[in-house]
Each structure stands twice: as structure tokens, then as C-alpha cells.
Design a protein around this ligand. Structure first.
Ligand SMILES: *[C@@H]1O[C@H](CO)[C@@H](O)[C@H](O)[C@H]1NC(C)=O
Ligand SMILES: *[C@@H]1O[C@H](CO)[C@@H](O)[C@H](O)[C@H]1NC(C)=O
Length: 454
């Protein structure tokens, strides 16, 4: 069955209208900056209770009945790997705390604001700028503003290829971040530019989420503002935990709050010059190879070198394509087509050798039947190898899901680019170091990152 991976929560095409005006972060001196840290509560959403459970070996089981209705048409792989961050917005009577989706691929934080044309469900009710004394609209004259706007206010549109579309006006507001994500705010940040969304379509709020916390590397993202406007430590970090763990939440940590983890590997963030691409706000990293069970895959016949297949390049139509980015808002990893097929073939060969026959299942490209406990112990890992030699090892528990008695490959095929999604990031700590232009990572039991709080 052909699956249209464009329907996945894939390409976070960000701020097409703002993008051309933004400058790339000049983040190359690598010097640590002063400034305290803080940690925000990171909460998973997506009906983990009803649609999935994790067995003793750490494998995810999708409840077929629930999964079928929960999966959007033509998506394979589990949904529900959406993480949100509690963010307090506004002052006075307008002050509210909202859960915003963690998104590192876009630089604009946005949320629903009254008046709303076709509201999506959220808790608490949408932000009302009229009753927050600290709210102001960003002027048309601001350098953040782009494109003709009939009124004096600065309008914006944000689009992702998964169909999420949001538009409204840019606002300027005081945000507060509570260390424990609770009501008592610790850190207030004034002058945060965010999207006050009056029209949104395609956004899955799970009935709760109010919008998106954009931690992309460009203005006006929170991390950009911290580093460039407040001269603070330009690092943030998270460690995503999967379902079936006792934790109810983890933390999105900033600056000095990031734990010192030994033996971290790192890879450089690619700062691309061609900033007219609408998706340059994302963190692109350089993948040069991929292995299955530690055996490097070779390029498909007649194709370019592996590293070139993963490289971001300009297509004849003038658009930028390919490349590899890392994004916790994308549920599962998508791999660029020619490489995906080689990967699929290698996984099939490895697993059938364990005695598990290939079986057909709707919504998945590769499933195996007759799984036995003995076979699980020999399922392969997949390693993405980065330019500087570091490799991200994805364990079988993050590669396969159980659908009834069968196991299916949860990594999917992409026509446009490679994206390291949330499920494959589980149980690895990632530190995004914007000043040093590095992403560092190391395996960790993420359910242990509870910060001593509940
Ligand atoms: C999910 O399970 C936890 C306990 O494991 C429970 O506290 C929580 O209320 C459940 N949530 C739903 C939506 O059923
Ligand atoms: C946001 O408001 C603050 C004052 O509270 C101001 O200093 C800052 O320039 C404003 N930012 C933008 C982009 O309008």
C-alpha cells in the first residue's frame, strides 16, 4: 500500500511570510553566557491510556481498535507522541496558563486568541488580549513584520505540511514560566513576540492544547530572545519519555538547569545561508550514513552516495529539499525515500532471518508475524551516523510497534526530507546549544528526569 507521507506531521514549514525577513542566528563564538536556568514541565498528550500500552520489554503495543480510529487516514506509526509545555501568558485579569506543543522546527510561539473564527477545543478558554494590560500589537513597521497588511497591525501566517495552518496578528506580551509548571510563576519574560491566532485549521489540540511553543533557532523564538536579547545561555534540553513509565511529566530545561551529562556525543547544527527557504528555522543536522544492526547500509544501485542522499539540496524547481532535521512535534521518524527502501530491505532481511515471516497490515509498510520472546531480543538497532562520527542509536523498542500479535516498523518513508521524530528520541537526552551551534545527545532513562517534583 502506498502511503502519502506528506500527510504526516512532517514538514514544519514555518512562517512563510515572516521568514524572508529574519536573520540567521549569529551563533558561532561558542562562549557560554551568563544567566540562570529554569525548567518547564513537559507533559505528553495523545490518549496513551486508551490507545497504547508498553510491555515489560519496553515495546509499544497499539490497541488495534483504538489505533484505527486514532490514526489519521494514511498515517502509519503511532500518534500520541506530542509533548506540551505549561506557559503563562499575560497579566492582570487576562493572565492564563496554557499547554503549548513543543516544536523545535518553528520559531514562532502561537496560541488561539479571541475573537476566533472556528475555534478548536482547548483548556482553559482562549487568551483574551483585551483584558491583559501588558498586551500590545506588534507594529506594521517592525522588522518582524512582512508583507502588505491592510491595517496597522502585523499579520502572519504559519503553515506546516501536515495541514496545520494558523493566522492572526503578532502580539507582544509578558510570558511567565513556572519552574514546576504550576500556578506560581518563577521567571517573567517581557516583550515576547507571539502569534495571536484568530484562524487555525488542522491543529490537533487533543481538546486541551492552546497552540505551539516554537523553539526554532530564529527570531522571535524564545531561545533566540534569551540568547540575543538577554545575553543568556542559549541552551535548552529535553529527554522525552514514552508511555508506560510511571512519570506523568518531564522537563524542558533552559541554561543552568540542564543536568551535566557525561559522554555526550554531538553534531553541528547546520546554519544555512539560503535563508529564503521557509523551513530554515528548523535544526538541520548532517547525516552521512545509516546502519542496521551496526552494519552500514550501502547506497541503492545507480544512486548518489549516502551522504548526498541525506544532504539538503536545491531542486531544479528552485526549492530546497532533503536534509535531516530534528523535531519533537513529528510523531515518528521519516526517512528520505531512496534510503528508506534500503533500510526497509535490511530490516526485512534481518528479521526474517530470526524466523519471523513478513505479514501484510493496512497502514504499515513492513510487519512481521509469529513474534516470539526469543526473537525480540535479536531485533536490530538502527544508527544514524552524523558528520563528526557521532551516531544516534535507535533501539528496537523505538523502531517497532506491536499491532495485535504482529510487529511493525514504526519508521516511515518521506518524499521530502529526513526528520528525527519523537518516538525515536525517547530515552535520549538532547541538548540544543544554539551559541555553540551543536546538538548534544546521550542515552538516558528519561522517566528519571522528574526534577524531584511530581
Ligand atoms: C491514565 O492513567 C492514569 C494512571 O495510570 C490515570 O491517573 C489517568 O487518570 C488516566 N487518564 C485517562 C484519560 O484515562
Ligand atoms: C515589545 O514591547 C516592549 C515593551 O514592553 C518593547 O520594548 C519591544 O520593543 C516590543 N517588541 C516588539 C517587537 O514590538
Amino acid at each position: 500500500m502506498e502511503l502519502d507521507t506528506r500527510a504526516l506531521a512532517l514538514l514544519p514549514l514555518v512562517l512563510a511570510s515572516l521568514a524572508t525577513f529574519l536573520q540567521p542566528a549569529a551563533a558561532n563564538d561558542g562562549t557560554p553566557r551568563p544567566g540562570g536556568g529554569f525548567s518547564l514541565r513537559l507533559v505528553p498528550y495523545g490518549g496513551w491510556n486508551s490507545t497504547m500500552h508498553v510491555d515489560g520489554g519496553g515495546f509499544l503495543h497499539l490497541n488495534e481498535q483504538a489505533a484505527t480510529t486514532a490514526l489519521r487516514p494514511q498515517i502509519h506509526g503511532p500518534r500520541g507522541f506530542t509533548y506540551s509545555v505549561a506557559t503563562t501568558v499575560g497579566t492582570g485579569r487576562g493572565r492564563r496558563t496554557y499547554d503549548l506543543v513543543l516544536d523545535t522546527a518553528s520559531s514562532l510561539t502561537w496560541m488561539q486568541c479571541v475573537p476566533i473564527a472556528h475555534p478548536f477545543a482547548q483548556i482553559p478558554p482562549p487568551f483574551n488580549p483585551d483584558i491583559s494590560p501588558s498586551f500590545s500589537r506588534v507594529s506594521r513597521k517592525s522588522s518582524l513584520c512582512h508583507g502588505p497588511s491592510p491595517r496597522q497591525t502585523c499579520e502572519f501566517r504559519a503553515t506546516r505540511l501536515d495541514g496545520t495552518h494558523a493566522s492572526g496578528v503578532l502580539g507582544n506580551e509578558t510570558f511567565a514560566f513556572a519552574n514546576d509548571g504550576g500556578a506560581a510563576a518563577a521567571a517573567e519574560v517581557r516583550g515576547v513576540v507571539f502569534g495571536c491566532v484568530h484562524t487555525a485549521t488542522g491543529f490537533d489540540s487533543h481538546g486541551v492544547l492552546a497552540g505551539v511553543l516554537g523553539l526554532g533557532r530564529m527570531r522571535p523564538s524564545l531561545i533566540w530572545t534569551r540568547l540575543h536579547q538577554h545575553g543568556q545561555d542559549g541552551r535548552f534540553s529535553y529527554c522525552l519519555f514514552g508511555p508506560g513509565r510511571p512519570s506523568r511529566h518531564g522537563f524542558l530545561r533552559f541554561g543552568a538547569d540542564i543536568p551535566a551529562t557525561g559522554h555526550m556525543r554531538s553534531t553541528k547544527i547546520l546554519y544555512m545561508q539560503y535563508t529564503t527557504s521557509p523551513d530554515f528555522s528548523a535544526y538541520f543536522i548532517s547525516v552521512v550514513g545509516i546502519s542496521v544492526a551496526e552494519k552500514a547500509l550501502v547506497r541503492p544501485p545507480g544512486q548518489r552516495q549516502m551522504r548526498d542522499l541525506f544532504r539538503r539540496h536545491k531542486s531544479p524547481d528552485g526549492r530546497w529539499n532533503g536534509g535531516c532535521l530534528i523535531d519533537p512535534w513529528t510523531g515518528t521518524t521519516a526517512i528520505i525515500q531512496p534510503v528508506y527502501h534500503v533500510l526497509e530491505h535490511a530490516v526485512e532481511e534481518h528479521v526474517t532471518r530470526l524466523g519471523l515471516p513478513v505479514v501484510k497490515r493496512d497502514g504499515y509498510r513492513l510487519c512481521f508475524g509469529g513474534a516470539t520472546q526469543a526473537a525480540f531480543e535479536h531485533l536490530p538497532t538502527v544508527t544514524l551516523r552524523f558528520e563528526e562520527g557521532a551516531g544516534l542509536v535507535i533501539r528496537p523498542q523505538q523502531l517497532f510497534v506491536f499491532v495485535q500479535r504482529d510487529i511493525c516498523l514504526a519508521v516511515v518513508r518521506s518524499e521530502h526530507m529526513t526528520i528525527i521524530g519523537a518516538m525515536q528520541q525517547v530515552d535520549t537526552r538532547f541538548v540544543y546549544d544554539i551559541a555553540a551551534a551543536k546538538i548534544r545527545f546521550a542515552p538516558e532513562r528519561c522517566s528519571d528526569d522528574t526534577g524531584g517534583q511530581n
